[in-house]
Ligand binder design. Structure first.
Ligand code: ACO
Length: 428
């Protein structure tokens, strides 16, 4: 294969180098496009063809349904690793030794106290507030309680910021849910594992001892691993672009949480459950909803279906579907919603509209069913996604800062009015 691309504009030829990644992905490096061509840019709405950065964190091949974190397959990580090992892997690049993992966990626990005054901010939110809005605000508010900006040239400073947010974020997640449920806000238990602590913080009742349930611990651990990173998706790109202005980590994460909230991204897990509930209330009429999804005059989409990158299958969806069966079976929960989901999936996979457009179930199609079986309220589903995605966002922000990437600032094609003369108000 040639190592350059040639672009011909009005008879002039311009050469651009081809660059290749370690998995042989090829890209045209157009860094010099504007200077070579006298200001010509590219237009690519939704960045469907644009690589915004070079990254060594996550590899995915949408055609083959491959997802790897730092070279390890998602299937193997979901089966053999625990979440905290994956967090370390994503952020620092290699799986930790036992000693490194123990130190990492100790450091996270040491930073897990959230200033008690943050409760006052939380208190000002109405109970009806969506937990994602609350979480985004509280994450941003952490900046006020930790005002020193991180020196990215200091490894120690970077490490301290990373363990700080990994310690405090689960507390914010638990508080967001507890506030909504009118439960007292308290702190974690440092004698527990990271995921066990999350569950205890979320579900502990003030008048009874919390008993850990291994099924829930394993289910949540797996869900968090599956959500931990997904290269340059909407929320991760948001974190990177906000961070590229040298805004701090917490502010960048807060923006990422807002991006994740949307129903076309992380908010899909809540939307899927609401859609399945609506179908159930409609006598399980999946055909009606399939028809709506295919009707171009109807804005309805089959939530949990389709993906910008996966055009074969989403490997995470396969793992989650199996996990949903196991978790519901282990907990002895019979949920008619699971049967509706399976029926809908089968119909869609056999339907020409979905086949032609390569629309498959994505990670969110089954995750909500597991969260529900675990007793997590529907509005908290996307918050759980954020908890899982946290290490990915941190890893990507850290990579972007360490690589000293320039500020993100796309170009545009102006299609508005040309120069007009101002008319005073009485002449308009
Ligand atoms: N239901 C019905 N039709 C769909 C769906 C769907 N879920 N998804 C895509 N299509 C159709 C589109 O209407 C379009 O049809 P057309 O070519 O006839 O116009 C075609 O498939 C391509 O769709 P696009 O929107 O161009 O694909 P894009 O890559 O921009 O969008 C997205 C991907 C946003 C995920 C989309 O498939 C979608 O809206 N899915 C539902 C929401 C969802 O589940 N989001 C979670 C994604 S995973 C995550 O973020 C964790």
């Amino acid at each position: 294969m040639s190592d350059k691309a040639i672009l011909e504009i009005n008879g002039s030829k311009h050469e651009f180098p081809l660059v290749r990644g370690t998995e042989n992905e090829t890209a045209i490096n157009i860094k010099t496009l504007r200077s070579d061509t006298g200001g010509i840019t590219t237009i690519d709405p939704g960045y469907k063809n644009t690589g915004a950065c070079e990254s060594s964190i996550t590899f995915l091949d949408g055609e083959k349904g491959i997802l790897r974190y730092r070279g390890y397959s998602i299937e193997e990580l979901a089966e053999k690793a625990d979440f905290l090992e994956v967090v370390y892997l994503l952020i620092f690049g290699n799986l930790p030794t036992q000693e490194q993992l123990d130190k990492f966990h100790t450091d996270i626990k040491a930073k897990s106290i959230v200033d008690d005054d943050v409760k006052k901010i939380l208190d000002a939110f109405p109970k009806t507030a969506h937990p994602m809005g609350v979480l985004s605000s509280l994450t941003s508010a952490l900046t006020a309680f930790n005002p020193t900006s991180v020196n990215v040239d200091s490894e120690e400073d970077m490490y301290n910021t990373v363990v700080k947010i990994l310690g405090k974020f689960p507390v914010l997640v638990a508080w967001t849910m507890r506030k909504k449920q009118g439960l007292p806000l308290d702190y974690g238990d440092n004698s527990l594992g990271y995921v066990e602590n999350v569950l205890k913080m979320m579900f502990r009742k003030p008048n009874e001892e919390y008993v850990q349930n291994e099924i829930l611990v394993n289910a949540l651990d797996k869900l968090l691993i599956l959500h931990a990173d997904h290269e340059q998706n909407c929320s991760t790109s948001t974190v990177r672009i906000v961070g590229s202005s040298h805004a701090g980590l917490f502010a960048s994460l807060s923006a990422g949480i807002s991006a994740l909230w949307g129903p076309l991204h992380g908010g899909a897990n809540q939307a899927v459950l609401e859609m399945l509930e609506a179908i159930k209330a409609d006598d399980g009429d999946t055909k009606k909803y399939m028809a709506k999804a295919k009707d171009k005059n109807d804005s309805f989409r089959l939530m949990g279906f389709g993906h910008r990158v996966y055009k074969n299958f989403d490997p995470r969806a396969r793992i989650i579907k199996k996990a949903a069966d196991e978790v519901l079976g282990d907990l002895g929960v019979e949920d008619p919603i699971l049967d509706i989901a399976k029926g809908l999936e089968k119909e869609a996979l056999e339907d020409q509209y979905f086949v032609d457009r390569k629309l498959y179930p994505n990670v969110d199609f089954y995750s909500g069913i597991i969260y529900r079986a675990m007793g997590i309220p529907t509005e908290m589903f996307t918050v759980m996604f954020a908890l899982g995605r946290l290490p990915g966002w941190i890893a990507q922000w850290r990579e972007m800062r360490l690589r000293k990437e320039p500020i993100g600032r796309p170009r545009q094609m102006y299609i508005g009015e040309t120069l007009r003369e101002f008319k005073s108000i009485n002449k308009r």
